[in-house]
Design a protein around this ligand. Structure first.
Ligand code: NDP
Ligand code: GDR
Length: 372
């Protein structure tokens, strides 16, 4: 039985990857952080607990900032494959916490690679690094491919650039099987609530049910190449099953704007939007409503406004990936379109909003955080 160690197993990708590896018969070890409240919701459905027979999924307390802890877990687990998905992954937050982001996202990667080397596992343990399209930042070429020069635009992207190169360096210096997946944005109903797609699907679903009144957005002109996380974790596993380690761009090859994603999400709720005004004065107004999915709304309601607090000190305006290498060498193609993904996310968030609206109508408090 193969053994895998996943950092970031409680996150979006980590939870899908853990499911995939368990299906493939792996023993899966995940890192979880100590928090003052439960933080394992995304993996609770696959975690059997310590008192059952099936112990193929195990969670270890750990943190990417803690060298001795990582080395001890690595020694205990002796993994065949390590997937380094753990990170302070929010670009806007990295401007607020640049040093922490560097420690976890850059040096955390080094700590794992060093643990593998220190323990003498460099010929046994394969390593996957969650690299990112944010490396391209101020894009130097469109579409972006493996050879496109990097130009990071945030403390997050700069930290991830260190992680990218230290992974390449350990491959070249010590013959380790270590790869970078340069993944473009990928989403799902498990996406963190403060990333833009989930903020939109959750916000609009709440507004449709009368729990929130308005969605406040940053730069709606930003263009992204959005895929589905389930497709992308399949690729993470495939990258570690090759004869030789290599780096791959993973993307759909199509891009849309944040504004278009808002329009697409509204359409899933039966709402047609009209955008009016410019810059910080731009708003989205309801032009038409079809069907019963948005009982709290009427034509003419303003449901999207711009709030400059969501602008970033330096923005990544456009990203578009060229996944040809992954297609040619690995036979990987994404199966889920952005429209299908958007529909799945809206349906999921609408179900939650409906339950919350019901609770609210019976006088219960519902937890809706508006500060995204
Ligand atoms: P999430 O933010 O959903 O998950 C991040 C995970 O990292 C969580 O499990 C989180 O734990 C954990 N984590 C955060 N800080 C630490 C720390 N100090 N020590 C250990 N673990 C920590 O991210 P995604 O699943 O979306 O992304 C996975 C990886 O892929 C990340 O590295 C991200 O930067 C990268 N990436 C993501 C893309 C995307 O579009 N989703 C695209 C390209 C790269 P907790 O649950 O306790 O917060
Ligand atoms: P990104 O994702 O920065 O690309 O990083 P995010 O969803 O946060 O932003 C995408 C684009 O939308 C614009 N935007 C807003 N973003 C947020 N979060 N909230 C808003 O209100 C808002 N309004 C407009 C942003 O400015 C940006 O241009 C994600 C993360 O998962 C990284 O970890 C990963 O490496 C990259 O994707 C690829």
């Amino acid at each position: 039985m193969k053994r895998a160690l996943i950092t970031g197993t409680t996150g979006q990708d980590g939870s899908y990857l853990a499911e995939l590896l368990l299906e493939k018969g792996y023993e899966v070890h995940g890192l979880k952080r100590r928090a003052s409240s439960f933080n394992t919701q995304r993996v609770d459905h696959i975690y059997q607990g310590p008192h059952t027979e099936d112990q193929r999924f195990k969670l270890h307390y750990g943190d990417l900032s803690d060298t001795s802890n990582l080395t001890r877990i690595m020694k205990e687990v002796e993994p065949d494959e390590v997937y380094n998905l753990g990170a302070q992954s929010h670009v806007a937050v990295s401007f607020e916490a640049p040093e922490y982001t560097a420690d976890v996202d850059a040096i955390g990667t080094l700590r794992l690679l060093e643990a593998i080397r220190f323990l003498g596992f460099e010929k046994k343990t394969r390593f996957y690094q969650a690299s990112t399209s944010e490396l391209y930042g101020l894009v130097q070429e469109t579409p972006q491919r493996e050879t496109t020069p990097f130009y990071p635009r945030s403390p997050y992207a700069v930290a991830k650039m260190y992680a990218y190169w230290i992974t390449v360096n350990y491959r070249e210096s010590y013959g380790m099987y270590a790869c970078n997946g340069i993944l473009f944005n990928h989403e799902s109903p498990r996406r963190g609530e403060t990333f833009v797609t989930r903020k939109i699907t959750r916000g609009l679903a709440n507004i449709a049910m009368g729990i929130e009144q308005c969605l406040y957005m940053g730069n709606m002109d930003a263009l992204r190449d959005w895929g589905h996380a389930r497709d992308y974790v399949r690729m993470q596993w495939m990258m570690l099953q090759q004869d030789a380690a290599d780096d791959f761009v993973i993307a759909t090859g199509k891009q849309i704007s944040v504004r278009e994603f808002i329009t697409m999400s509204a359409k899933e709720l039966g709402i047609t939007l009209r955008f009016e005004g410019e810059g910080v004065n731009e708003v989205a107004i309801i032009a038409a409503i079809k069907g019963p999915k948005a009982p709290a709304l009427k034509v003419g309601d303003v449901i999207v406004r711009v709030d400059p607090r969501y602008f970033r000190p330096a923005e990544v305006e456009t990203l578009l990936g060229d996944p040809s290498k992954a297609k040619e060498k690995l036979g990987w193609v994404p199966e889920i379109t952005v429209e299908e993904m958007c529909a799945e996310m809206v349906a999921h968030d609408l179900e939650t909003a409906r339950s919350n609206a019901l609770l609210k109508s019976h006088g219960y408090d519902v937890p809706v955080s508006m500060e995204n």
